[in-house]
Ligand binder design. Structure first.
Ligand SMILES: NC(=O)c1ccc[n+]([C@@H]2O[C@H](COP(=O)([O-])OP(=O)(O)OC[C@H]3O[C@@H](n4cnc5c(N)ncnc54)[C@H](OP(=O)(O)O)[C@@H]3O)[C@@H](O)[C@H]2O)c1
Length: 263
């Protein structure tokens, strides 16, 4: 029975994935900063911004299950507002979870995966890891960083028989909220509010988190796991192709239309 550790399984994509993998016979350990929910899989305490919490969580899984085969770095937060409205501390808080949290947990698990000479690491990126998104700029920066990190890690771990995959959802119907920046600048107010409404609308009308869980299940069954798995709905499906095939100014035009920046 393959042992899976998934960060941030108290809600949204993480919970849906943990539930599906449990049903499919994986031995799943989920996590939460406040693990007080009753779920059909063990929910361990984990704050990915805290070294000691990460070490304790990984040791608990190894003590109980004796191994870890799959690590799903799902824990993540979002920060809205114009890039200029976020302070350096806002940006650091975001990256502490979305990038350094992934690095911390991955580094804690890797010695065991290397020893086993087997494993699969899946990192929750986003379409915002492929293209920049207005008024979600630092979130996009954190996911772009995660993309570069994961691509590089994949080369380095291949010789140890450890696969690295990026899961790239578009807007998914979860409770994720764009935290506001610490300061607001009046010049950005109209566009910030307009894009925030569009972001909220898109998330509320996106596919359910079970759609991402299904793709993760499939990725875990692939004999040769791919670098990227994208989950999109409607016109979002063009984003990865546009990025590869279209000139930047076409992509910029389409994004400006999507977020009504020219009106
Ligand atoms: N929803 C979307 O539209 C969408 C699209 C693309 C990518 N994603 C990515 O998918 C992942 C999951 O998002 P979601 O939509 O399912 O959001 P969500 O429902 O808000 O879930 C986020 C999870 O992350 C955990 N978490 C947050 N900060 C943490 C920390 N410091 N340490 C440990 N766990 C922490 C939360 O657990 P606790 O609060 O219980 O600790 C929660 O379980 C994120 O990486 C997100 O960027 C989401």
């Amino acid at each position: 029975m393959r042992v899976v550790l998934i960060s941030g399984a108290s809600s949204g994509i993480g919970r849906a994935t943990a539930l599906l993998l449990s049903q499919q016979g994986y031995r799943v350990y989920g996590t939460s900063r406040q693990p007080n929910q009753a779920l059909p899989f063990p929910l361990l305490q984990l704050d990915v911004t805290d070294d000691e919490s990460v070490q304790a969580c990984v040791e608990t899984v190894l003590n109980q299950a004796g191994r870890i085969d799959v690590l799903i770095n799902n824990a993540g937060i979002a920060l809205g507002g114009a890039v200029e409205e976020a302070t350096a501390d806002d940006a650091k808080r975001l990256f502490e979870t979305n990038l350094f949290g992934v690095i911390r947990l991955t580094n804690a698990v890797l010695p065991y995966l290397r020893q086993q000479q087997r494993g699969h690491i899946l990192n929750l990126s986003s379409l915002a890891g492929i293209i920049g998104v207005p008024y979600l700029g630092l979130y996009a920066a954190s996911k772009h960083a995660l993309e570069g990190y994961s691509e590089s890690l994949r080369y380095e771990l291949r010789g140890f028989n450890i696969a690295v995959s990026l899961i790239e959802p578009g807007d998914i119907r979860t409770g994720i909220t764009n935290q506001p920046p610490s300061q607001t600048i009046t010049d950005y107010a109209d566009f910030r509010q307009r894009t925030e409404h569009i972001h909220i609308h898109n998330v509320q009308h996106g596919p359910p988190p079970e759609a991402v869980a299904g793709v993760i299940l499939k990725a875990l069954g692939d004999r040769h796991p791919r670098l990227r798995y994208t989950i999109t709905q409607g016109s979002e499906g063009w984003v990865p192709w546009m990025k590869r095939l279209l000139p930047d100014r076409w992509i910029e035009w389409l994004v400006r239309q999507t977020y009504q920046l020219d009106e």
